[in-house]
Design a protein around this ligand. Structure first.
Ligand code: FEO
Length: 158
């Protein structure tokens, strides 16, 4: 739960960093990523409370805020999402060991979500590699990132 909240704050910092670099479209993309992470956080929070436990938000480190390029922003995003996938997998394995089938089933949503998260980042990094230092290409990609809109995930409360 804390890690999802940390993810939200990281992407909010990245949104501001993208804006500082002049990429308004990427700033929009990261802001929407922030909103998605808040949904992920809320899902864990609600689930813990629904299981007769009390969700407690703990201390967390300040997320990174200095990024020098669009490529660095998305490489760090992919790196972070691979870490999140590892965390979700470890939670799932723990649920299996503890025969906590309700939690194992609940975590399935996150496993599927991570496939999409990683794929999105790899697609953008692939485009950035093709573009290189071409200003027009960067502008086109930034315009594309600016079209991203927030949509509530399917069955957000499940
Ligand atoms: Fe909540 Fe980006 O994984």
């Amino acid at each position: 739960m804390n890690t999802e909240l940390y993810s939200a704050y990281l992407y909010l910092n990245m949104s501001a960093a993208a804006n500082s670099l002049g990429f308004k479209g990427a700033a929009n993309w990261f802001n929407i990523q922030y909103q998605e992470e808040m949904i992920h956080f809320q899902k864990f929070y609600d689930y813990i409370n629904s299981q007769g436990e009390q969700a407690v938000i703990g201390q967390m480190a300040a997320p990174a805020s200095k990024f020098k390029s669009l490529m660095q922003l998305f490489e760090e995003t992919l790196k972070h999402e691979l870490f999140i996938t590892k965390c979700i997998n470890e939670l799932t394995e723990l649920a299996m060991v503890e025969k906590d089938h309700a939690t194992r089933v609940y975590l399935q949503w996150f496993i599927t979500e991570q496939i999409e998260e990683e794929e999105n980042d790899r697609d953008i990094i692939g485009k950035l590699k093709l573009i290189g230092d071409n200003g027009y290409g960067l502008l086109m990609l930034d315009n594309e990132l600016g079209t991203r809109v927030f949509t509530l995930p399917a069955n957000p409360a499940v």
